[in-house]
Design a protein around this ligand. Structure first.
Ligand code: G4P
Length: 545
C-alpha cells in the first residue's frame, strides 16, 4: 500500500488552492459497523491499494500490508490513531482533492483520544450498521460532533445483508438524535438484495440509477453502470419503483439536501452502502468532495478568527508516547489551522513561549511512518520527541496565536492508583503529573484520600491500561489500580460540595484544571439527589451521552 502523503505531489498552486482542495474528516461508528472495511474501501477507490483485504486481513482475502490492529491487541495500547491521506479525483474534475481521514480509535481502546480527534476534523462520517441502527458509541461520538458543530454525513452500511427498511432507519435517526436525514442516494433492492443506488435529484426526482456489479469477495472496485429512470425501471422493476416512491415521500416531508442546514448540523446527507462490496464508496468520496467543508478559519482564545491564509499555526490534538518501546518516542499530532508548514521550520509553542524545531515531522498510518516536508491547513502531522506538547496546545510562527484548550470529556470510569512500594512515591508523583499534563487520563484529588492515592478518571478503561503500562515501562513504578464504583460525573461548585459529599454513593473531587466534580454511583442516585436537593449545582460535563 502506498502511504500517507506519498502520492500527494507538491503543487505550485499556492495556499488558497491547497486549502480549497482539502477535506479532513473522521468516521464515527460503533465497533463492528465496518469502519476498517470502509477505510480500506476508500483506499481502494483512491487507488492507494490495488486489492481490498490488505489492511483488514479478512479471511479469504489477501493479508499483506498493515497489521496494526493485531499490534494493538498484542500490545494492549493504541498504536494506530492518526491520519490517512490520499488523493481523489472526482468524476469530471480536473483537480485532485486531498482527503485526510483522521482515525478515531473506536474498539477496545475507546478513550478520551477518540473524542479529541473530533477537534481536528471539519466533517464526520457517521457509519451505521443497517441491521443494528444507532448504537451507543456512535451516539456518544455524534454528541461531540453536535457540540462542536461538525457537519455529519451518514453512511448506512452492510446493505448487502438483511436489515431494516430504508426509511425506518431514517426515522430512527431523526427521532433519537434530532438530526434530519436527507438521503442523496436511496438503495435499489431491499437490505440483503443490494442492486444499486438511485441518485435523488431536485424534489426527489430520480436523476440517475447506478447499478453495481459484485466482484469476487468485494476485493476490487465494483463496476458501475449508469441508467436513466426508464432504463432502470425496465431493468429492476418493482425494486426501482419502490425506491422512486420512497424518494418522493422523503421530498414530501422536506428531506431534501440543503447545504446550509447540513453545514449548520441540522441535516445529514445519507448514502446507503456496502463497504465490503465497495458499493456506494465512490458516492461517499464524491459527497465529501462536493459537500464537506474545506478547512476554514478558527477562533483563538480571544474569539478572534485566524484564517487559513494567516502564517502557520496548528493545534496539537493527540500525544502518543511509548508507541515504540525500543525508542521511547513521543509523538505529538497537530492539525494545521493556517499557513504552510515546512519541515525544519522553527515554530513557537504558545503555552511556554519556547521555540520548537520541526526537524522530524511525520505522517503515521498503522506502523508506517513517512517524512512530511510540506503540509497545509487540514493536514495532520506528527512531531517526534515533542516532550512539552500536550493536547490542546498551539504552535505558530510570526503572528502570535493561542487556540482554546480541548475540553475534558465526561469520564465514566474511575479508579484509584498507588505505587506498590512506598519508596517509589516520588517517581510516582512525577509520573502522575506527567501523564496528567499529557492528557492520558484525568486526575482527581480530595483531602480525604490524600495525594498518595489519586483517583484517575477516564472515558474508556483502556486509558488506565496505558497509565499502568507507562508507569512500569517508562517510570519504573509498579502500581496498583483499584476500580471505584462510580459511573457518572457532574460539575459542581464549592458551595454545593459539602452537601454532596454527605450523600451516600457520592464523592466530591477537584480535577487538576480546578473543576470540582461530584461522582455518582449511577444515574438513579444522581436523579434522586437532583430531586431531593434541587438547589445543588450539578451540571453535565461536555456531553457525550
Ligand atoms: P469496525 O472496524 O467498525 O469494527 O468493523 P470492521 O470493518 O472490522 O467490520 C466488522 C465486520 O463487519 C467484519 O466481519 C466485516 O467484514 C463486516 N462488514 C463490514 N462492512 C460490511 C458490509 O458492507 N457488508 C457485510 N456483509 N459485512 C460487512 P467479521 O465477520 O467480524 O470479520 P471477518 O472475520 O469477516 O474479517
Amino acid at each position: 500500500m502506498s502511504e500517507s502523503g506519498e502520492n500527494v505531489a507538491p503543487t505550485p498552486r499556492g495556499l488558497p488552492a491547497e486549502v480549497a482542495r482539502r477535506r479532513t474528516f473522521a468516521v464515527i461508528s460503533h465497533p463492528d459497523a465496518g469502519k476498517s472495511t470502509l477505510t480500506e474501501a476508500l483506499a481502494l477507490h483512491a487507488r492507494m491499494i490495488s486489492e481490498a483485504g490488505a489492511i483488514h486481513g479478512k479471511a479469504g482475502r489477501k493479508s499483506t500490508v498493515s497489521d496494526w490492529m493485531e499490534m494493538e491487541k498484542a500490545r494492549g495500547i493504541s498504536v494506530s490513531s492518526t491520519a490517512l491521506q490520499f488523493n481523489y479525483r472526482a468524476a469530471g474534475s480536473d483537480i485532485d482533492n486531498v482527503i485526510n481521514l483522521v482515525d478515531t480509535p473506536g474498539h477496545s481502546d475507546f478513550s478520551e483520544d477518540t473524542y479529541r480527534v473530533l477537534t481536528a476534523v471539519d466533517a464526520a462520517v457517521m457509519l451505521i450498521d443497517a441491521a443494528k441502527g444507532l448504537e451507543p458509541q456512535t451516539l456518544k461520538l455524534f454528541q461531540v460532533c453536535r457540540h462542536r458543530g461538525i457537519p455529519v454525513i451518514t453512511v448506512i452500511n452492510k446493505w448487502d445483508r438483511p436489515g431494516q427498511a430504508p426509511l425506518e432507519l431514517l426515522d430512527e435517526i431523526s427521532e433519537r438524535i434530532g438530526l434530519t436525514p436527507t438521503p442523496l442516494f436511496l438503495p435499489v433492492g431491499i437490505a440483503g438484495d443490494f442492486r444499486g443506488l438511485l441518485r435523488r435529484g431536485p424534489e426527489g426526482e430520480p436523476s440517475e440509477y447506478i447499478h453495481f456489479t459484485r466482484t469476487a469477495g468485494g476485493a476490487t472496485i465494483a463496476p458501475e453502470e449508469y441508467l436513466n429512470s426508464t432504463e432502470a425501471e425496465a431493468r429492476e422493476g418493482e425494486a426501482w419503483t419502490t425506491a422512486a416512491e420512497e424518494s418522493e415521500l422523503l421530498s414530501a416531508t422536506g428531506q431534501d439536501h440543503d447545504q446550509e442546514m447540513f453545514l449548520a448540523g441540522q441535516t445529514s446527507p445519507v448514502i446507503y452502502a456496502s463497504a465490503m462490496l465497495n458499493f456506494g464508496v465512490r458516492q461517499l468520496l464524491e459527497t465529501l468532495v462536493e459537500l464537506a467543508p474545506a478547512p476554514g478559519s478558527r477562533a483563538d482564545v480571544t474569539g478572534k478568527e485566524r484564517t487559513t491564509g494567516d502564517p502557520f499555526s496548528a493545534v496539537v490534538f493527540k500525544v502518543q508516547a511509548g508507541m515504540d518501546t525500543a525508542h521511547r518516542d513521543r509523538l505529538a499530532f497537530m492539525r494545521i489551522v493556517s499557513g504552510e508548514f515546512e519541515r525544519g521550520m522553527v515554530v513557537t509553542h504558545a503555552q511556554t513561549g519556547r521555540p520548537f524545531a520541526t526537524k522530524y515531522a511525520l505522517t503515521v498510518f498503522g506502523r508506517e511512518r513517512t517524512t512530511v516536508d510540506t503540509a497545509y491547513p487540514g493536514d495532520v502531522v506528527g512531531l517526534v520527541n515533542a516532550t512539552a506538547l500536550a493536547p490542546g496546545h498551539t504552535l505558530f510562527v510570526e503572528k502570535k496565536v493561542e487556540y482554546p484548550p480541548i475540553p475534558s470529556f465526561a469520564p465514566e470510569h474511575f479508579a484509584t492508583l498507588r505505587a506498590q512500594s512506598a519508596g517509589k512515591y516520588k517517581q510516582f508523583r512525577k509520573a502522575i503529573d506527567q501523564l496528567d499534563s499529557e492528557g492520558v487520563v484525568q486526575v482527581l484529588r480530595n483531602d480525604a484520600r490524600g495525594d498518595a492515592t489519586p483517583v484517575l478518571a477516564a472515558v474508556g478503561p483502556m486509558q488506565f491500561e496505558v497509565v499502568t503500562a507507562r508507569m512500569q515501562g517508562e517510570f519504573n513504578v509498579e502500581t496498583q489500580l483499584d476500580f471505584l464504583p462510580f459511573t457518572l460525573a457532574r460539575r459542581t461548585d464549592a458551595e454545593s460540595a459539602p452537601e454532596l459529599d454527605r450523600q451516600r454513593g457520592v464523592e466530591v473531587f477537584t480535577r487538576t484544571d480546578g473543576v470540582i466534580l461530584a461522582l455518582f454511583s449511577d444515574k438513579w442516585r444522581l436523579q434522586y439527589i437532583e430531586k431531593e436537593h434541587p438547589k445543588l449545582t450539578l451540571e453535565p460535563l461536555v456531553a457525550t451521552a
